[in-house]
Design a protein around this ligand. Structure first.
Ligand SMILES: CC(C)(COP(=O)(O)OP(=O)(O)OC[C@H]1O[C@@H](n2cnc3c(N)ncnc32)[C@H](O)[C@@H]1OP(=O)(O)O)[C@@H](O)C(=O)NCCC(=O)NCCS
Length: 330
């Protein structure tokens, strides 16, 4: 039997600065009608100069710790899911631990693009099996704006910045406490070239004095990514439901990766989820990559969309390709 994994606290944090569709009309050849009809996105929060991944992780983590009624020094492990860390070395997890005023813990980053949160939660579940006394902070954050080419209209309108965080442990205090029942994650590197940020890696290194090229930013075959996102997210969600002999009607709330509304609707349709059960906030935030699912989950709980006792299904899809699903009983 799996070691239990309780969500002791949950929080999110977004930058205050907002880019609306009207702002994009002034930056590239686009318009509000095109963006809303193709993506559902109306605005996104973007980091101000100097505002970093660790800043947002810290904000989200402080909320999650406060909700858990815990102090940072009770944490035993810190995991950050991101593809846009503050620096290559040190990791954002080491920096976050330091900002939380703790040291001596295992701190590490997980890189799985938009599926990063579920990859990090699955890593935390493995750590809980090894160390049942552990109290693990998982923060998922992307400053996608640092890797977006704001002259490329086909990608720049899609993304925003944000962070979400959870504190996980194998035990829970008396009373109801959300429990991660299971996680499934998967990948297929054969399709990696359909969604990339190559520049800055050792395959496309920075060279002193050389101009930054377009491959230092998100590059994507939107149509292909769309098709694979719909297929992969719906099949891994169905697989997880089947594994636990849950029927689709057992799911109270479905929170898919907030990539765009058409993907969300297509996945919801394939899973036969009524629209009333599907939570979206991509209209306000765009695609925040690793932060997307925890940011949506945190808002869904804060708004009362998720209620005690609810069975919540999560789904993700991202570059790599990576994808995943999770079931949480609130
Ligand atoms: C990106 C996406 C919205 C584009 O929608 P689409 O219907 O596939 O549109 P296309 O890429 O075929 O482009 C259609 C036209 O719109 C144009 N276009 C692209 N971006 C535009 C914009 N922001 N404003 C106006 N026109 C735009 C294209 O240039 C193209 O023009 P053309 O026909 O003259 O060549 C869609 O492919 C998508 O959602 N893909 C998934 C992206 C995603 O979520 N990725 C992250 C997953 S983790």
């Amino acid at each position: 039997m799996n070691t239990p994994c309780f969500i002791r606290g949950l929080g999110h944090c977004v930058p205050t600065s907002v880019l609306t569709n009207a702002d994009f009309e002034r930056m590239v050849e686009t318009n509000d009608e095109w963006i809303v009809s193709r993506t559902g996105i109306r605005e996104r929060h973007v980091a101000l100069k100097g505002e970093t991944c660790v800043d947002l992780c810290l904000g989200a983590s402080q909320v999650a710790l406060a909700k858990a009624g815990m102090q940072a020094d009770e944490l035993t492990h810190v995991i950050v899911a991101t593809f846009s860390p503050d620096s290559v070395i040190p990791s954002s997890a080491c920096m976050l631990s330091h900002r939380l005023g703790i040291s001596g813990r295992m701190s590490m980053d997980v890189s799985a693009a938009c599926s990063g949160f579920l990859y990090a939660v699955e890593t935390a579940r493995a750590l809980l099996a090894l160390h049942p006394e552990a109290k693990i902070l998982v923060a998922a954050c992307d400053i996608v704006s640092s890797r977006v080419d704001y002259t490329d209209r086909s990608t720049c309108i899609l993304f925003g910045d944000g962070a979400g965080a959870v504190v996980l442990s194998a035990t829970a205090p008396n009373g109801p406490c959300p429990q991660v029942l299971d996680v499934l994650v998967a990948s297929d590197g054969a399709m990696g070239d359909l969604l990339t940020v190559k520049g800055g890696g050792s395959g496309t290194p920075y060279k002193l004095g050389e101009a930054v090229r377009s491959d230092f930013f998100v590059q994507m075959n939107g149509r292909e990514v769309y098709k694979h996102a719909v297929r992969a997210m719906s099949s891994i969600c169905a697989e997880l439901l089947a594994k636990h002999a849950f029927d689709k009607t057992d799911v109270d709330v479905f929170i898919p990766h907030q990539a765009n509304l058409r993907i969300v609707e297509a996945v919801g349709k394939r899973l036969e989820m009524p629209e009333s059960k599907v939570f979206t906030n991509l209209q306000k935030y765009g695609n925040t990559s690793a932060a997307s699912v925890p940011l949506a989950l945190s808002e869904a709980v804060a708004e009362g969309f998720v209620k005690p006792g609810n069975l919540v299904l999560l789904g993700t899809f991202g570059g790599g390709f990576t994808w995943g699903s999770a079931l949480v009983r609130f």
